[in-house]
Design a protein around this ligand. Structure first.
Ligand code: CP
Ligand code: NVA
Length: 305
C-alpha cells in the first residue's frame, strides 16, 4: 500500500524503508550528476516549526526547490496555532492551500492529529517521541558506507530520546542488531520497548561498554533535548559515564562508524577527538537528510509510486 504520511518509523514496513533508501540514492546520484529531477513541480510544502532547527529547515527548503516545488517556512510563533487555534482546524485549513506539511513539535499526538484531520501528507520533522527523517538519513548513510544493513550491529549510548526510539525501530525493521545503553530512568519509550520485546536483536543495558562491544555503528545524541533545557544540569550528572570516547570506541569493531544527528556537545556525549575522527561520516549523515527527505516527499506527494 502506498505510504500516506511519515509520522513515525513504527508505521513503515521494511519494504517502505528500502524503497525510500533506494530512491534517496537515486536522487543523490541525480543531484551529483546535474540530472534534473523536478518530480514535485508546482507542489507546495508547509514547514511548521515549534522548535529550533538548522538541518531540518534548510534540507526541506532546498529539497523542495530542487524537486521543482515551493517550501513555506511557518514559524509556530507567527501562526494562530501558536495562540491556541486547534490543530484540527489548522489541518483542515492548510489542506486547502498546500500539498503537504512537515511539522516539528513537542507532542507526537499533534502530528498524528494533523494527519487525522487534514487531507494531505504529513511528515514528522521531530517530536519528543521520534525523529523518523533523521533515522532514514542514518540508515542511508550506513548502507552507503557499509554496503548493507542486515546483520550489522548498531549501538546507541545515552538518552532514550526521540533518536533512540526511532533508531531501535529502524534498525530492527532492517534486520540489524541494536544495543542501547542508558542510565536508569532514561529508557526508550514504552511503545518502542513493546515493539522490540522478545526480539533477540535488541538489547537494553546500563553498560555502554556492553552495548558498544563489536558494534559496526556507534550512535549518540545530546543528553538534554530541546524542551529539556532546565534538566540539563541533572542530566549531566545522570549521563556521566555515557560518553562516546576513544576508550569506548576501542571496544567497537575496528572499522566502526560514528553517527550523530547534530547538534553535538563535544565533551559531553562525545569527545572532540572521536567526533573529528568520524567527521566525514557525521557530515555525510547530515547531507543525507536532504536526499532521504526528498525521497520521502516524492513518495508522499509525487506521482512516482
Ligand atoms: N538533526 C537535526 O534534526 O538537526 P536540526 O535540529 O538542526 O534540524
Ligand atoms: N534529541 C535531540 C535531537 C535534535 C535533532 C532533540 O530533540 O533536541
Amino acid at each position: 500500500m502506498r505510504m500516506k504520511h511519515l509520522l513515525k518509523m513504527l508505521d513503515l514496513s521494511t519494504q517502505d524503508i528500502t524503497d525510500i533508501l533506494n530512491l534517496a540514492d537515486q536522487l543523490k546520484y541525480e543531484l551529483r550528476h546535474g540530472i534534473e529531477h523536478k518530480y514535485l513541480a508546482g507542489k507546495t510544502l508547509g514547514l511548521i516549526f515549534e522548535k529550533a532547527s538548522t538541518r531540518t529547515r534548510v534540507s526541506f527548503e532546498v529539497g523542495m526547490y530542487q524537486l521543482g516545488g515551493m517550501p513555506l517556512f511557518l514559524s509556530a510563533d507567527h501562526m494562530q496555532i501558536g495562540r491556541g487555534e486547534p490543530v484540527e482546524d489548522t489541518a483542515r485549513v492548510l489542506s486547502r492551500y498546500l500539498d503537504g506539511i512537515m511539522i516539528r513539535t513537542f507532542a507526537q499526538e499533534e502530528v498524528e492529529a494533523l494527519a487525522k484531520h487534514g487531507s494531505i501528507p504529513i511528515v514528522n520533522g521531530l517530536t519528543d517521541f521520534c525523529h523518523p527523517c533523521q533515522i532514514l538519513a542514518d540508515l542511508m548513510t550506513i548502507r552507503e558506507k557499509k554496503g548493507k544493513l542486515e546483520g550489522l550491529k548498531a549501538c546507541f549510548i545515552g538518552d532514550g530520546n526521540n533518536m533512540m526510539n526511532s533508531l531501535i525501530v529502524g534498525c530492527l525493521k532492517m534486520g540489524m542488531k541494536i544495543s542501547v545503553a542508558c542510565p536508569e530512568g532514561y529508557d526508550p519509550d514504552p511503545r518502542v520497548l513493546e515493539f522490540a520485546k522478545g526480539n533477540p536483536d535488541f538489547v537494553l543495558c546500563r553498560s555502554p561498554k556492553e552495548a558498544a562491544k563489536d558494534a559496526d555503528v556507534v550512535f549518540t545524541d545530546v543528553w538534554a533535548s530541546m524542551g529539556q533545557e532546565e534538566e540539563a544540569a541533572a542530566r549531566r550528572t545522570a549521563f556521566a559515564g555515557y560518553q562516546v570516547n576513544a576508550e569506548l570506541m576501542a571496544l567497537a569493531h575496528p572499522d566502526a562508524m560514528v553517527q550523530h544527528c547534530l547538534p553535538a556537545h563535544r565533551g559531553e556525549e562525545i569527545t572532540a577527538d572521536v567526533f573529528e575522527a568520524h567527521a566525514d561520516e557525521i557530515f555525510e549523515e547530515a547531507e543525507n537528510r536532504l536526499h532521504a527527505q526528498k525521497a520521502v516527499l516524492v513518495k508522499l506527494m509525487g506521482n512516482k509510486e
